[in-house]
Design a protein around this ligand. Structure first.
Ligand code: PLP
Length: 430
């Protein structure tokens, strides 16, 4: 018998007698994999976007009728009602919604805006077009969201606004961030690209900030393949953001609107959402809460069990927060408590058949464009270190979000985790 196989069978000493432990061998060392549910089942459970007869019907109707643009105000109205936002505007994607938001801000050139470095590029870069400069803020390693303590250290007299990004569907601590912004006279903005259906204290993400955005890109919690929505608390912001890339909007605004005169041109962009996307969005919105509930139910079923294991924990969610799951079920590993590191865990779980992965968000501050002063009003400060980003990137795993009855698979996943933890010494050698 090879040493590995022997070890894997779990010989244990009980007093003087040698007994065979019932603990099964790790699949990484030749034992049987815990997950036997066929991959076709996993494929169906993780299929995304989930479009069906209703989306097809909506698109067919548009094509048959040959009228398209009415979808846009209908989608806006429905999204506005759902989020209880005073004003919204559909844009062609989240990035164009961000660009419009920064245009609407209308701050002096050189104003600094706090943004997480742990985000998609357009959160930070769309501001460049209006001569704003990003201040890179770290994330809290317990949540992967905006680290307010770090922001407090980086405040400068030029700081005018703060962007909270709700990583992977978990709302930032918006009450605390909003409170600090109020105290310091900063404008709170939100990048809610990941958090459709999430809320804090019953208030939707995207409505806490003076402005915010959602993305409906294909991977997102509410996908329309491409699409975005701007969220505005005041009519002034709404009109300015809408006028930027929607040349037909200004005429709809009151006579006294400062952007009314820009009918026919807007401010040089054309950011209209594709009506097919709006049609899909309307159908998706009807099922949003239900699909979020299915995904969250599956997360609970697994996490309530596996997060009993030492060193494995979920991002912290406050009782007054409702989170959703974008890109899967993110878990954090405390290497010291678990006895092995993230890479070893991933190897062990993969061998057991668990669809585990990790994905390091490219840290914005490390990317070339931010190091070149010529692209900015003044050179952004590149932080020496971002311990929160580094920690989250090195110590997280993602398990797939599952959008259907997944009891058997989750039970097998939980058994795979428990087996791995029961054999931590072997895992630490993988
Ligand atoms: C945090 C965040 N902000 C903004 C965006 C931009 O959205 P879009 O891809 O629709 O332009 C994304 C998209 O991936 C994102 O993840």
């Amino acid at each position: 018998m090879e040493r590995r196989t022997f070890v894997g069978q779990g010989v244990a000493l009980a007093g003087a007698a040698t007994v065979f432990s019932p603990r099964p061998a790790l699949a990484a060392f030749g034992g049987a994999a815990e997950v036997t549910v066929p991959s076709s089942k996993l494929k169906e459970l993780t299929r995304w976007p989930r479009y069906g007869a209703s989306e097809k019907q909506a698109l067919h109707s548009l094509i048959d009728e040959g009228t398209f643009y009415g979808e846009l105000p209908s989608f806006e109205k429905e999204w506005k009602d759902y989020t209880k936002s005073p004003h919204v505007k559909a844009h062609m994607n989240g990035s164009s919604a961000l660009t419009s938001m920064y245009f609407a801000l209308d701050l002096p050139a050189g104003s600094e805006i706090m943004v997480p470095s742990y985000t998609f590029f357009s959160t930070c870069l769309a501001m460049r077009f209006f001569s704003y400069v990003p201040i890179f803020v770290d994330i809290d390693p317990k949540t992967a969201c905006f680290d307010l303590d770090d922001a407090k250290k980086k405040l400068t007299p030029r700081t005018k606004a703060v962007v909270a990004m709700h990583s992977w569907g978990l709302p930032c601590e918006l009450d605390k961030i909003a409170g600090w912004c109020k105290e310091k006279g900063l404008i709170l903005l939100e990048d809610a690209a990941h958090s459709h259906g999430a809320s804090m204290q019953g208030r939707s993400t995207g409505t806490w900030g003076a402005m915010g955005i959602f993305s409906f890109q294909a991977s997102k919690v509410m996908p329309t393949v491409e699409g975005g929505m701007g969220m505005y608390q005041t009519r002034e912001y709404f009109e300015r953001a809408a006028a930027f890339g929607h040349y037909e909007d200004p005429v709809k605004f009151p006579k006294e609107s400062p952007v009314r005169a820009y009918e026919g041109t807007g401010f040089g962009q054309k950011y209209r959402m594709h009506p097919f996307a709006a049609a899909i969005g309307r159908v998706q919105l009807r099922g949003l809460d239900a699909i979020n509930a299915v995904a969250a139910g599956n997360v609970r079923r697994l996490n309530d069990r596996v997060c009993q294991l030492p060193g494995l924990f979920e991002p912290r969610v406050r009782a007054d927060q409702k989170r959703v799951y974008y890109n899967g079920n993110m878990l954090f590993l405390d290497t010291a408590k678990a006895g092995f590191n993230r890479d070893q865990l991933v190897r062990a779980l993969k061998a057991e058949g668990v669809a585990v992965s990790f994905w390091d968000y490219p840290e914005q501050h490390k990317l070339k464009i931010y190091s070149e002063a010529k692209w900015f009003h003044h050179a952004p400060t590149i932080p020496d270190k971002m311990p929160g980003n580094a920690h989250v990137n090195a110590n997280h795993i993602f398990l797939p979000a599952l959008y259907g009855e997944a009891g058997e698979l989750l039970d097998q996943y939980a058994k795979a985790f428990e087996k791995v933890w029961a054999r931590k010494t072997e895992v630490s050698k993988l």
